[in-house]
Design a protein around this ligand. Structure first.
Ligand SMILES: C[S@@+](CC[C@H](N)C(=O)[O-])C[C@H]1O[C@@H](n2cnc3c(N)ncnc32)[C@H](O)[C@@H]1O
Length: 214
C-alpha cells in the first residue's frame, strides 16, 4: 500500500438515504443508478450469474429496476426487499424491511447490488447469515474502496448523472469495502458452514463480486 493513498472507510450517510426526499427526486436517482449499472456492465454481470435460477430476491433493490430487467430478459420470478417502502406504481413486488434483521422471502438466489457498503462489518455478517436461512446462493456486487475507481467515477460518471448520484457515488466508493476486507468479512460470516466462496474483481476495480453457495 502506498503511504498517503490509503483511504479509511467513511461512515457518511448518502443523500438518497434521506427519508424526507420528494418521491420524484428518489425515482430519478434510482433511474439514473440503473443507467449507470448498464454502462458499467453491472447489469450484464448479474444477468449472467442468475441465468438458470427459477427465482431471484434482490436485497436493497431500490425501486426494482434490475428485477424488471431480470424478469423481462430471463423470465425468472422476482421479488425485492428494501428499507425504503416501494412506490405504489412499482412493477415488481417489493417487501419493506431491514435485510440484516427481518425474515427474507425465499428464492433460488439472492443478489445485493451496491448495497453492502451501507453496512458495518457486523451488519454484513448478520445479513449473510440471514440470507443463508432463505436462499442457497448469494451474489454480492459492490464498489471497491480505492482511488482508481474514485477518480474514474469523478471524471467519467459524475458529470452525466444527477447531483444526488454524483455525491452519493463518491460517498459510496469511500464507504465501500476493499477487496481484502470484503473477502475477510464474508469468510467470517460463513465460517464452519461449508459454504463455497468465490470473488472476482473487474478491471480498473470498477466492481467486485462475491458469490456464496451454501
Ligand atoms: C445505493 S442504493 C442501491 C439500489 C439498487 N440496488 C441499485 O443498485 O440501483 C442502496 C439501497 O439499499 C437500501 N437499504 C439500505 N439499508 C438497508 C437495509 N438495512 N435493509 C434493506 N435495504 C436497505 C436503500 O434503501 C437503497 O435502496
Amino acid at each position: 500500500m502506498i503511504a498517503g493513498l490509503w483511504m479509511d472507510r467513511a461512515n457518511t450517510a448518502e443523500l438518497l438515504d434521506d427519508p424526507a426526499l420528494p418521491s420524484e427526486v428518489v425515482a430519478r436517482a434510482y433511474r439514473d443508478l440503473a443507467r449507470v449499472h448498464r454502462w458499467l456492465g453491472n447489469t450484464r454481470a448479474i444477468l449472467r450469474r442468475v441465468r438458470g435460477a427459477k427465482s431471484v430476491l434482490d436485497i436493497g433493490c431500490g425501486q426494482g429496476a434490475l428485477l424488471r430487467e431480470i424478469r423481462g430478459k430471463l423470465g425468472i420470478d422476482v421479488i425485492g426487499f428494501d428499507l425504503r417502502p416501494a412506490p405504489a406504481a412499482a412493477q415488481v413486488r417489493i417487501v419493506t424491511g431491514d435485510a440484516a434483521l427481518d425474515p427474507l422471502p425465499r428464492a433460488d438466489v439472492a443478489i445485493a447490488v451496491c448495497f453492502v457498503h451501507h453496512l458495518s462489518e457486523e451488519e454484513l455478517i448478520r445479513l449473510i447469515k440471514n440470507v443463508s436461512r432463505s436462499c442457497p446462493r448469494f451474489i454480492i456486487l459492490d464498489l471497491v474502496r480505492h482511488w482508481l475507481p474514485l477518480w474514474l467515477f469523478r471524471i467519467f460518471v459524475g458529470p452525466v448523472v444527477s447531483r444526488i448520484n454524483r455525491e452519493d457515488g463518491i460517498t459510496s466508493i469511500r464507504r465501500a469495502f476493499t477487496v481484502q476486507e470484503l473477502r475477510k468479512v464474508v469468510e467470517t460470516a460463513v465460517e464452519e458452514t461449508g459454504a463455497r466462496v468465490t470473488q472476482t474483481v473487474a478491471p480498473l476495480l470498477i466492481r467486485q463480486i462475491i458469490e456464496i453457495c451454501w
